[in-house]
Design a protein around this ligand. Structure first.
Ligand code: GLA
Length: 684
């Protein structure tokens, strides 16, 4: 049995001078005449805003001509905010280089895979491996850091904006050269590259480095190892840009540096690698309107962000007060929905609840995006909700620095996601992202909080580790998972796991060979189903009912595991479908088909029993998360249903906003939220 979460001391590496939950948003005063700024600042005070992100898209104004800088307007903005006690998260504007830059360096434009050169007139990254781009980005970051690095209003640096969006890969001449250099550093010799990429297949052997290229459009499917390396390289180039700016800032300022991630939504960045480079992890999250249970996806993004932060608190740097503008149908949030969204982030470790953006823009591509201050002004539902949320968060300062508890880990490896997403897999219906989301959803419905973890990370403190999509699993990571099981952990692995190594090469010994010891089972053959076909499993549900699987089956060869579920139909009818293997002090489970969140329930209850994981027992769609430090535990309860809910709490628990004492049960109104605080050390 594993040691569960133990509340530790309050995390103190937070923003200088701020002991409140940060509340505010992106502020773009340059889009407005100066007389509006005074009004903005007064309204910010009314809404309880204590932090704004500024300067993110201001390069053209800060450096109107190459090497000519104009900081006067920014000085005035920062001084005005400072006068009102509002702190500044100062952006470097490098996500949107000015027109003069692209005129001077047309080759610094991003080139798409099909050779299209992406032009000026929008926003977005220049070619990240362009030396001219990097030089100019570092120069503007340096000038900002020199000028504002110890300004008392500035508490945080916000480098660039959403690295990897809108484009993550660049196929320009600069990428071509840099990719060769990156490959030389990775493989040393051309022989090493040929071996890693398996270039004897289809006669792709390289005889000279000049022949090695970026994987542009090809007549048939491109070499998957090359594609995978290009994804790694593209991510590495973006990270190098970040690190260059960060280091330029650090030379002049001791303030923490962040950049806003897009957890779950951005496939271009390997977030665990990025998490090691930033001082504070921050994230942007937008609901996908077409997803009716998008609050589960929100929770997943928040949990991934916290995990990237190593369990420490983090910042929600952007979300929306209501609808966005970039989806096919931009559904407005319902009354109370934004409050539920904000508190789900808070419960999952966010110590900042920030929006895009403060005041809705009149011009440009985002004028239909919601804001804290909408076009309708202060006599509006959105504004009233913004003010109420600010007041509520203002009561919750002492939650800052406490940590969210989770005893279960879901594995997340961006390299595996990249690899599985390439072409010519056994079935396009088996999607890694869907698998992760479905397992997450099952855990969410069971009220089980999870962290995300890299398969090579130390997993020893988790009661249960779930691998929903570990297509690419290195021998080292597999050994780590095996050690975890042997040491007393419960591991659940889902189908199409450990198929390939880091070069998208099938493991020696066959599919899943490196997990043989942990799982006691091998995969002989993949047996994908036809579109919309399903199959049944027997033996899983205590009730004797069958369970329905879709998409996929496998022919398994047992090597020590017990069969818990069998295929009742489908291509492996009568054979093992779900196995359980006692190994060392722990247990390794294997599920060889695709189950949706409902059909996963009977399997998960058996797995929970092995792991000692306790479900919340609350009605579905009542979300409860807990944060704690050594002094107190906070229960954040969010009712997504339209009937009131009761959440059991320990005697002595107090409503953290109203200070009202509860009597062992907290009522959470339909669509409502409660934050409850219990001093630790008091009887449970
Ligand atoms: C992203 C960007 C913002 C804004 C929002 C709109 O998060 O960082 O600048 O465009 O999307 O939803």
């Amino acid at each position: 049995m594993k040691t569960p979460f133990v509340p530790g001391p309050r995390y103190s590496g937070w923003l200088p001078g701020l002991d409140a939950v940060c509340y505010g948003g992106d502020y773009n005063p340059e889009q407005w005449p100066e007389e509006v700024w005074e009004q903005d600042v007064a309204l910010m005070a009314q809404a309880g805003v204590n932090l704004v992100s500024i300067g993110i898209f201001s390069w053209a104004l800060l450096e109107p001509r190459d090497g000519e800088f104009d900081f006067a307007w920014l000085d005035r903005v920062i001084d005005l905010l400072h006068g009102a006690g509002i702190r500044v998260d100062l952006g470097t504007p490098t996500a949107s280089p000015p027109a003069w830059f692209f005129r001077q360096y047309p080759d610094a434009r991003v080139v798409a895979k099909d050779g299209t050169v992406l032009g000026f007139g929008s926003r977005g990254m220049a070619a990240p491996s362009s030396a001219a781009y990097r030089k100019h980005a570092v120069r503007i970051a340096t000038r900002l850091a020199e000028r504002y690095g110890d300004h008392p209003a500035v508490v945080l640096w916000h480098v660039h904006n959403e690295y990897g969006a809108p484009v993550g890969e660049d196929f320009s001449v600069h990428a071509q050269t840099a990719f060769r250099d990156w490959l030389r550093a990775r493989y040393g010799t051309l022989d090493g590259l040929n071996a890693a990429w398996g270039t004897r297949f289809w006669g792709q052997v390289y005889g000279d480095w000049q022949e090695v290229g970026v994987p542009s459009a090809t007549p048939s499917v491109a070499n998957p190892a090359q594609r995978l390396d290009f994804a790694r390289f593209s991510d590495a180039m973006l990270r190098e840009c970040f690190v260059a700016e960060r280091d330029a800032i650090r030379a002049h300022s001791a303030l923490p540096v962040t950049t806003n991630f897009m957890a779950v939504a951005c496939p271009a960045t390997d977030l665990f690698a990025w998490g090691r480079e930033v001082d504070i992890v921050s994230n942007d999250h937008y609901l996908w309107a077409a997803d009716e249970r998008n609050y589960v996806t929100l929770a997943q993004a928040a949990d991934l962000t916290r995990s990237v932060a190593g369990g420490k608190p983090w910042m929600l740097l952007e979300h929306s007060t209501s609808g966005v503008n970039w989806q096919p149908r931009n559904v407005a949030k319902k009354a109370g929905e934004e409050r539920r969204n904000a508190f789900s982030h808070l419960g999952r470790g966010a110590d900042a609840i920030m929006f895009f953006q403060w005041r809705a823009s009149r011009s440009g591509a985002e004028k239909f995006h919601s804001a804290m201050l909408p076009h309708a002004g202060t006599d509006s539902r959105i504004w009233r909700e913004v003010v109420a949320l600010g007041a509520e968060l203002g009561q919750l300062g002492d939650i800052v620095g406490s940590r969210t508890r989770a005893d279960v880990a879901l594995l997340w490896d961006q390299e595996s996601l990249w690899a599985q997403g390439l072409e010519w897999r056994p079935s396009e219906d088996l999607q890694a992202g869907e698998r992760i989301q479905t397992f997450y959803d099952r855990l969410w419905r069971d009220g089980v909080s999870v962290d995300f973890a890299h398969p090579a990370a130390d997993l020893s403190r988790y009661r249960l580790v779930v691998a929903p999509a570990s297509y690419l699993l290195t021998a080292e990571a597999a050994a780590n998972l095996t050690r975890y099981v042997e040491g007393g952990g419960t591991l659940l692995v889902s189908c199409f796991a450990a198929a390939v190594d880091e070069n998208d090469r099938v493991h020696e010994g066959g599919f899943m060979a490196p997990l043989r010891d942990a799982l006691g089972v091998q995969v002989e053959e993949y047996l994908p189903l036809r579109e919309n076909e399903s199959l049944t499993l027997t033996g899983l549900a205590e009730s004797g009912a069958t369970v329905t699987g879709t998409v996929w089956a496998e022919a398994l060869t047992l090597s020590g595991a017990d069969v818990v579920g069998r295929y009742g139909s489908g291509p492996a009818e009568g054979e093992a479908a779900v196995t359980r293997h006692a190994r060392g002090a722990g247990v390794g489970w294997y599920l060889s088909t695709v189950l949706d969140a409902d059909e996963l329930a009977p399997l998960m209850s058996r797995v929970y029993a092995d792991a000692g994981v306790v479900t919340s027992g609350l009605p579905e769609d009542v979300e409860v998360v807990r944060r704690a430090d050594v002094d107190a535990e906070w229960t954040v309860a969010i009712n997504h249903t339209d009937t009131p809910a009761r959440v059991p709490v320990a005697p002595g628990t107090v409503d953290a906003v109203t200070r009202e004492v509860t009597d062992g049960e907290a009522q959470v109104p339909a669509g409502g939220v409660r934050v409850l605080r219990r001093a630790l050390g008091e009887p449970a």
